[in-house]
Write a protein that binds this ligand. Structure first.
Ligand code: AMP
Length: 515
C-alpha cells in the first residue's frame, strides 16, 4: 500500500522544474522543490517521534512552508490539524486538549504563551514563522526541516486513513473536529479539477487563509492534482491581487473578496480579460454581486457550496448557465436531497427543507464524538448538513440559510433569506441580515439589520414600509436597524450569532425601555 493522497499528487505531477508556487517575495517553488521540502518536513516530524495516526496541530501564519508542513504531515502518515490564526490561547487550550496532538506547531512569537497548553496536552512544541531570509531562523521546525534529508519513504496510508482533522467554526456550541480521510480529500480534488477544467497551464491566485477547507483543500489540492501553479499571497489585499492578476488564470475567493474588488476602479474588463475562472464559496454570494461582476468584467462568477465536514458538494457548471443565487448541481459522485426536517420525507422540486448529502467527499465523523456523529448521519448514510434549501426543477441547489437561523414567529416559519432578498433589492441597500430575537408574544420577532450605501435616503421606517407591500404580514420585520457593517468571520460569513446576542433584549420590556 502506498500513501493514497500523496501518490495521487505524484502521479499527476508535471516536469520536476515546472512551477508549483510563486511567492510574493519573489521566491519560486518548483514541483521538485515541493517534493523535497515536504520530505524535509516529513523527516523532521518523524524525528520528533510522530507516528502514523498522530495529530500534528498547527497554528501558524500563511506561508509556503506551512503548506509544505501539511504535505509533510500527510507523507509521514500523520493527521494534519490546522487551527485558525485568530484563535486565542484559551481556545488553543481547548483544541489541544481535545485533539491530543503529538506535536503542536505555532508562530515563534506565540511560543511562550502557548507552551503551558502544549505541555498539558502532552504535545511537543515547535515553531514555524514566515521565512524572511536565509540568515534568519524561521522557527525551530523550519531549522529542523532545513537540516533534514530530502529523501523520505512515504508512510503507507490507505484511502480511509485520516489525512486531516479540521475543527468546525462552532457558532453553535463547541467546535467539533471533522475527520477527513485521504480519499475524502483526493476524491473531491479529482472531481473539482475535472469539473472546473484545471490543467497544467493554470495559475491560481491564492489569497485565502490555509487553516480552512477552502484555501487548504479546494485551492491547494486543485493545483496539486492538476499540476498547475499558484501565486501564494499572504492574505487578501486588493493591491496585491491587482499586481498579480496579469499572471493568473483563475482565482478562488469568499464573497467579500468580490465585493471589495468591485469597489476598486482597477477592476475592468481589460484587467480580467485573460482570466479563465472566478470561483466563490464559503458564504452566500449576493445575486447582485454576481450581476455587477458580470457587467464589470464579462465573467460569471462560478459559485459552489461546501463545508468543513463534506468538502465541496455542489457547483455551478463550467459550461452551461451559472445561475446567480444558486450553488449549482451536485458534483459527480455526490448525491444531494432535500427532506422535511421533522419527518425526513423527501421533498419535491422547489420545496424548502434540510439539505442532506452523501458521497466519497463526506467526512468520517467527529473526532472523539460518536454521539454527535450518529446524530448527524441518517441510517442510509446521508449527512444532515444543517443547511436549509431547495432544488429547483432544473436541478440547481439553492441555499436559504442555516437551519439554526430559521425564524419561528407566532408558529410560522420565516426563512431569513427571503426577507433579506427583498431588502437587498431596494435601491440604496448594500446588504442585510435578518434574525429572530426573543419576543414575549411571538416566540421570536423577525428583525432586520441593514447596511445602506453612503448618502442613501433610506430609513428604518421606509424599509419597513416597502416590505409591507411585498411580504406576508408574519414575515415583516418588527424592527429594522441601520448599521455601518455586519459582523463577519475570516471566511466572510455573517455572524448571526453575534447579531442575535446584540439584539436579544429589543423586544423585552427592558429592551423597549432602553431603545
Ligand atoms: P465551513 O464549514 O466553515 O466551510 O462552513 C460551511 C457552511 O458555509 C455551509 O454549511 C453553508 O452554510 C455555508 N456555505 C458555504 N458555501 C456557501 C455558498 N456558496 N452559499 C451559501 N452558503 C454557503
Amino acid at each position: 500500500m502506498g500513501n493514497h493522497l500523496f501518490d495521487l499528487v505524484r502521479s499527476r505531477m508535471p516536469a520536476p522544474d515546472a512551477p508549483f508556487a510563486l511567492l510574493d517575495d519573489g521566491r519560486r517553488y518548483s514541483y521538485a522543490d515541493m517534493v523535497d521540502v515536504s520530505a524535509r518536513f516529513a523527516n523532521a516530524l518523524v524525528a520528533l517521534g510522530v507516528q502514523p495516526g498522530d495529530r500534528v496541530a498547527v497554528q501558524v501564519e500563511k506561508s509556503i512552508e506551512a503548506l509544505m508542513l501539511y504535505l509533510g504531515a500527510v507523507r509521514a502518515g500523520a493527521i494534519f490539524l490546522p487551527l485558525n490564526t485568530a484563535y486565542t490561547p484559551a481556545e488553543i487550550e481547548y483544541f489541544l486538549g481535545d485533539a491530543q496532538p503529538a506535536v503542536f506547531v505555532c508562530d515563534p512569537a506565540k511560543a511562550n504563551a502557548l507552551k503551558p497548553y502544549a505541555d498539558n496536552a502532552g504535545a511537543k512544541l515547535e515553531t514555524l514563522g514566515v521565512w524572511r531570509s536565509p540568515d534568519v531562523s524561521a522557527g525551530s521546525l523550519s531549522d529542523k526541516a532545513l537540516a533534514a534529508s530530502t529523501a523520505f519513504a512515504d508512510i503507507a496510508r490507505g484511502p480511509d486513513d485520516l489525512a486531516a482533522i479540521l475543527y468546525t467554526s462552532g457558532t453553535t456550541g463547541r467546535s467539533k473536529g471533522a475527520m477527513l480521510s485521504h480519499d475524502n480529500l483526493a476524491s473531491n480534488a479529482l472531481a473539482l479539477v475535472d469539473y472546473w477544467r484545471f490543467t497544467r497551464d493554470d495559475v491560481l491566485l491564492h489569497a485565502l487563509p490555509i487553516f480552512h477547507t477552502h484555501g487548504l483543500f479546494v485551492a491547494t489540492n486543485c493545483v496539486l492534482f492538476s499540476g498547475a501553479s499558484m501565486i501564494l499571497l499572504p492574505k487578501f489585499d486588493p493591491d496585491q491581487v491587482f499586481k498579480h492578476l496579469p499572471q493568473a488564470t483563475c482565482m478562488m475567493g469568499v464573497p467579500t473578496f468580490y465585493v471589495r474588488l468591485l469597489q476598486d476602479a482597477r477592476l475592468t474588463k481589460d484587467a480580467t480579460k485573460h482570466m479563465r475562472l472566478f470561483v466563490s464559496g464559503s458564504a452566500p454570494l449576493l445575486a447582485e454581486t454576481h450581476r455587477e461582476w458580470r457587467e464589470r468584467t464579462g465573467h460569471a462568477i462560478l459559485e459552489r457550496y461546501g463545508m468543513t465536514e463534506t468538502n465541496m458538494n455542489t457547483s455551478n457548471p463550467y459550461e452551461g448557465e451559472r445561475v446567480a443565487g444558486t450553488v449549482g448541481f451536485p458534483l459527480p459522485g455526490v448525491s444531494a436531497r432535500v427532506v422535511d426536517p421533522e419527518t425526513g420525507r423527501g421533498l419535491a422540486a422547489d420545496e424548502i427543507g434540510m439539505i442532506e448529502v452523501k458521497g466519497p467527499n463526506v467526512f468520517k465523523g467527529y473526532w472523539h464524538n460518536p454521539e454527535k456523529t450518529a446524530a448527524e448521519f441518517k441510517p442510509d448514510g446521508f449527512f444532515i448538513t444543517g443547511d436549509l434549501g431547495k432544488i429547483d426543477a432544473a436541478g440547481y441547489v439553492h441555499i436559504v440559510g442555516r437551519g439554526k437561523d430559521l425564524i419561528i414567529t407566532g408558529g410560522y416559519n420565516v426563512y431569513p433569506k427571503e426577507v433579506e432578498t427583498e431588502i437587498d433589492e431596494m435601491p440604496g441597500v448594500i446588504e442585510s441580515a435578518v434574525i429572530g430575537c426573543p419576543h414575549p408574544d411571538f416566540g421570536e420577532g423577525v428583525t432586520a439589520v441593514v447596511v445602506v450605501k453612503p448618502g442613501a435616503t433610506l430609513t428604518a421606517a421606509s424599509i419597513a414600509q416597502t416590505l409591507e407591500q411585498r411580504l406576508a404580514k408574519f414575515k415583516l420585520p418588527k424592527q429594522v436597524f441601520i448599521v455601518d457593517d455586519l459582523p463577519r468571520n475570516t471566511m466572510g460569513k455573517v455572524q448571526k450569532n453575534l447579531l442575535r446576542e446584540q439584539y436579544k433584549d429589543i423586544y423585552s420590556t427592558k429592551g423597549k425601555a432602553g431603545a
